[in-house]
Ligand binder design. Structure first.
Ligand SMILES: C[S@@+](CC[C@H](N)C(=O)[O-])C[C@H]1O[C@@H](n2cnc3c(N)ncnc32)[C@H](O)[C@@H]1O
Length: 191
C-alpha cells in the first residue's frame, strides 16, 4: 500500500514506513459501513467505536443508518460490563474465525474460542440422511467418509461433495438475488 502511494504521488517526499504504519492502524480500527441488507457500502473510521474490542460471542452489534454508526446491545448490560462487537462473520468455525481475525493481529480467547467446540463439528457437518435422525455427519480424519455422530449412518466423500456443491449453488443464487435487490421486491410483493 505504501508503495502504491509513492507510485501515485512520486513527486512528494514520503516516509514509506510511516505510511505503512498509518494504513495498518487504519485497517485495525476501521469498520465496514453496510446498508440495512448488510451490503458493504464503504469503510469508515469512528474513533468512539474503535475502542470496542472483538468477541465471537459479542454482547453488542454495530449498525448503520446512512453514515451514522450505532452500537446496540444484544442483551441487558450491567454497569462495568465490557461492550464487545464481532469484527468478523460469527457463523464460522473457530479455525475460519481465527483466520479472519489475522488482519487485526490478535488471537481471540473468548469463551467460544477456548472451549473444545462441538459447535465447530456441527458447522462443518451435514444433516444426517435419515430424516428421523437429528444428528450430523462429521468427516473422519482423512475426510474420505462422513459418519453420523448419533446413528453412525455414513456417506462417502463423493455423495457429500455432490450435496455440498448443490448447497454452494443455492447459496450463490441467494447472494445474487440479494445483491440484485430481487428479494426485497419479492418481499414487497408478498405484503
Ligand atoms: C478497533 S481496536 C479495539 C480497541 C483497542 N483494544 C484499543 O485499546 O484501542 C482493534 C485492536 O484491539 C485489539 N483487540 C480487539 N479485540 C481483542 C480481543 N478480543 N483480544 C485481544 N485483543 C483485541 C487488537 O489489537 C485489535 O487490532
Amino acid at each position: 500500500m505504501a508503495n502504491l502511494v509513492q507510485l501515485i504521488l512520486p513527486s512528494i517526499e514520503l516516509d514509506l514506513k510511516e505510511i505503512a504504519h498509518t494504513f495498518s492502524k487504519f485497517a485495525c480500527n476501521a469498520h465496514t459501513i453496510c446498508d440495512p441488507e448488510l451490503r458493504p457500502l464503504g469503510t469508515g473510521l469512528f474513533p468512539a467505536i474503535s475502542i470496542i474490542n472483538h468477541s465471537c460471542v459479542p454482547n453488542a452489534v454495530l449498525l448503520f443508518e446512512g453514515r451514522t454508526a450505532y452500537v446496540r446491545a444484544l442483551q441487558p448490560l450491567s454497569s462495568y460490563t465490557e461492550v464487545s462487537i464481532s469484527y468478523i462473520e460469527t457463523a464460522a468455525t473457530t479455525l475460519k474465525r481465527h483466520n479472519d481475525l489475522k488482519q487485526y493481529f490478535f488471537t481471540c480467547t473468548c469463551t467460544r474460542c477456548i472451549k473444545d467446540s462441538e459447535e465447530d463439528a456441527l458447522l462443518e457437518g451435514y444433516r444426517c440422511k435419515d430424516q428421523k435422525c437429528d444428528g450430523f455427519l462429521l468427516p473422519d480424519s482423512g475426510k474420505k467418509a462422513y459418519a453420523c455422530q448419533k446413528c453412525s449412518i455414513s456417506r462417502d466423500e463423493e455423495e457429500v461433495k455432490k450435496v455440498s456443491s448443490e448447497i454452494l449453488l443455492l447459496s450463490d443464487k441467494a447472494s445474487s438475488f440479494l445483491s440484485s435487490g430481487s428479494i426485497l421486491r419479492y418481499h414487497f410483493f408478498l405484503k
